[in-house]
Ligand binder design. Sequence first.
Ligand SMILES: C[S@@+](CC[C@H](N)C(=O)[O-])C[C@H]1O[C@@H](n2cnc3c(N)ncnc32)[C@H](O)[C@@H]1O
Length: 287
Amino acid sequence: MPNKQVTSQVDKYEVKDHQSIELLKELHILTRDGKMNQDSRRKIKQVSHLIQFIEPIIHSVTAEKGQFHLIDFGAGKSYLGFMLYDLVTKLLKTPYKIIGIEVRQELVEYCRKLAKQLDFQQMEFYQLSAEQTHTATQIPSTIDIVTALHACNTATDDAISFALQKDVAHLILVPCCQAELASLLKKNKAASLKNNFFTALWKYPIHTREFGSHLTNVIRCLYLESKGYEVTVTELVGWEHSLKNELIIAHKSPHAGKMAKAHDQLKNILLEFNLITLAHRYEVYIE
Ligand SMILES: C[S@@+](CC[C@H](N)C(=O)[O-])C[C@H]1O[C@@H](n2cnc3c(N)ncnc32)[C@H](O)[C@@H]1O
């Protein structure tokens, strides 16, 4: 039945007839009386934008393989997974799995309960860290798509290394706060000062934080390129909607020349910025 009772409030967000009003209320996108919750606008905008990128990938994987498996790292309340299921995948006739990985048990339980309530049978949730997922037996051996929307700190790196280990063809990442590299830059400042005029780039704490975050994503992109991915980086939504707004999309497309070049650039960056302790993570070996 068409969602007549909410059409007037949600027209501009294009709630489709097949969407579950129960889900939108559970996710607090709609209030109990069916009105658009103003506080949720930002989240809907982010998730809807991401889904526009994920949907064609799902269709192409499904056309090729007759099924797909997607893992969402740092799923939280799994807005992305639920919205994706409700908007796109529940219409599919093929088998698939959307798997949410989350460290907080109460969120995993919440998501399991909601999936059951909505009869979203092809969703699974596991209480695991992104790192533990590498060896978790519950996870299917073949994964086609990895997503991570604001997965905290190094969880994005763990999602990337999972994808590389499982030879995942598609990654959609929106990194979160990245404190690790900023703290390394700070720690190594004295050593860097001796050699580099560009330490002025992160002289002040706010610059250290922003530069650390920027450099982290540059390194991640080079790492993915060095492992044979074609990478694009854009804004997720307008800056007014989110400070953590970088969208990294990577598709497996090996090209030996590009891979070698990216690996060299990555190595040089790690050396120049005194980040050698991270080299191992990005499979850079420095004698
Ligand atoms: C900022 S929230 C984002 C949640 C969701 N992706 C979204 O955009 O609404 C980050 C989530 O990642 C989870 N998390 C943090 N570190 C993690 C890790 N190493 N592995 C898995 N989940 C993690 C947190 O518990 C939290 O629920």
